[in-house]
Design a protein around this ligand. Structure first.
Ligand SMILES: Cc1ncc(COP(=O)(O)O)c(C=O)c1O
Length: 483
């Protein structure tokens, strides 16, 4: 049983009285105040012509099951024909600008699959720009909803997004709670440019404040870089397999992406990168340690590339820097063609707050500031990140746990003769014979990992986040029957 209703809550309220005479034709049990209406800008004459009938599941109401009930409001006189044969319409009343009537339900459940059948004819929707139409959306599948729906969700292992497996430093919660109770209200915009956070990052990274921009997660930094530096047709080189989201940002600018792939995806492919780069290449995207293979680019290798390809902007994504402790950030003050991006989403455990940053030569930063939104990091994100940087002991303890846990997993998989790549980041990659079966079995045991078997060179591969020692020992109990 469903009710068809039109958008237009304000209209509905103002017209409810004139509609009263027809209430008697509404089946028992339907009360107007229970109808779900969606607000609609009826003062906009053009928009009003596009009123769309909305389908709302009213199965909990005692409406006569053989009928659908709908109410239609139009600025102009209503035309019954637009929704099919008038003969099917019963109890229809047409007045200047509203109608209330029933109609036989359409056959089958076509109504749910094709709501457009029930719509006022509308002009074709406005299309997104050509470069966006060409994009394949970034595949973002998270086990979060599946886990939350499980009765045993508290003991499930969410190992699919390389998040921290523990809560952030207690100082983060304390700082946020304190700020809120002290009246640092959410009604104000965040501190512009995250000034306090930038100051803390100067201490953490060792680069000067003019080299730092904070962003809404490091994805936001990657997007800002692409929007600011790429034009249609620009040549972008990306070693694959890697973090694919960057490609979406680059493609949205109409850039031409050329990938390079070594024979072993778990080995650094600098020769391949060099031979793919052209003097005209606009941007090179490197992830270190790479997601999902763990390949690391040493500072000396990055520096050599900066020198050899001075016309190419090298974007070094260090989302997993803390786990590997290898960085190119010390080069940014010297090289005007290097940007390092980092995040609080992984080792610091603040993925839910969305805080990232980039470090680059002040002239690059000045260029990025033209488009940069200085309020892009929200107030709680800024407070949380500053507090996290104020508790590096907590961070280091977690890093040490992950290192020990990786060693436990290395020995476990070795003993079981499973092909496992223990990366310098907080994840391992395991090759299995049957991906679908393994995923299903793991999920049935509350272990959620990421299928990476579709990536070039990673056939049969699953990526699994590594957490603490205690968590890993519990995890292994569940892996026993699979590996
Ligand atoms: C390599 C890499 N870069 C960037 C990101 C995005 O991180 P953030 O949460 O900071 O947007 C991820 C997240 O998985 C990643 O793996």
């Amino acid at each position: 049983m469903r009710l068809l209703w039109v958008k237009g809550a304000r209209w509905f309220r103002s017209c409810i009285d004139p509609l009263r005479p027809f209430v008697s034709t509404v089946p028992q049990g339907l009360r107007y105040e229970n109808v779900v209406c969606i607000d609609f800008p009826l003062n906009n004459a053009e928009a009003a012509q596009r009123l769309v009938v909305v389908l709302t599941d009213m199965s909990s109401y005692a409406i006569r099951p053989q009928f659908y009930c709908y109410c239609v409001a139009l600025e102009s006189r209503w035309e019954p024909n637009w929704m099919g044969s008038p003969a099917k319409i019963e109890g229809c009343m047409s007045t200047a600008n509203y109608n209330l009537c029933y109609m036989d339900p359409p056959q089958g459940d076509a109504i749910t699959r094709q709501p457009s059948l029930w719509s006022v004819p509308t002009p074709a929707p406005i299309q997104v720009s050509a470069s966006i139409q060409a994009l394949t959306p970034y595949e973002a599948v998270s086990s979060q909803a599946v886990i939350e729906a499980r009765p045993d969700h508290k003991t499930s292992f969410k190992l699919d997004w390389n998040e921290s497996t523990i809560a952030p430093s207690p100082r983060v919660n304390e700082a946020i709670a304190r700020a809120l109770t002290d009246g640092r209200g959410l009604n104000w915009y965040p501190r512009l440019g995250s000034s306090e956070l930038v100051e803390a990052l100067v201490g953490y990274t060792g680069v000067i404040a003019d080299c730092i921009l904070t962003t809404n997660g490091s994805d936001d930094a990657l997007n800002l870089i692409c929007t600011s530096f790429l034009d249609r047709g620009d040549d972008v080189v990306i070693p694959v397999p890697t973090y694919n989201h960057f490609m979406v940002f680059a493609q949205s600018r109409g850039a031409v992406i050329r990938t390079t792939q070594g024979t072993d995806p778990f080995e650094n492919n600098l020769d391949g990168i060099r031979s793919t780069l052209r003097p005209t290449t606009r941007l090179l995207y490197l992830v270190s340690p790479n997601n999902p293979t763990g390949v690391v680019y040493r500072a000396a290798e990055i520096e050599a590339l900066c020198q050899e390809f001075p016309q190419t902007l090298i974007v070094l994504d260090e989302a997993y820097f803390e786990f590997a402790q290898e960085t190119g950030i010390d080069l940014v003050e010297r090289y005007g063609n290097l940007i390092v991006t980092r995040t609080f989403s992984k080792a610091f455990g603040l993925a839910g707050l969305r805080v990232g940053y980039l470090a680059a030569h002040p002239e690059i930063v000045a260029g990025l500031r033209r488009l940069y939104n200085p309020k892009s990091v929200n107030t709680l994100g800024q407070i949380g990140a500053v507090a996290a940087l104020g508790d590096l002991d907590y961070l280091n303890d977690y890093l040490s746990e992950v290192t020990q846990a990786k060693e436990i997993l290395r020995r476990y998989f070795e003993h079981r003769e499973v092909e496992a790549h223990i990366t310098p980041a907080n994840f391992v990659v395991v090759r299995v014979a049957n991906v679908a079966d393994t995923l299903a079995t793991l999920e049935s045991r509350g272990v959620h990992v990421r299928d990476r078997s579709g990536y070039p060179g990673l056939e049969g591969c699953l990526r699994m986040t590594v957490g603490t020692v205690e968590q890993t020992l519990r995890l292994i109990e569940r892996l026993q029957s699979v590996f």
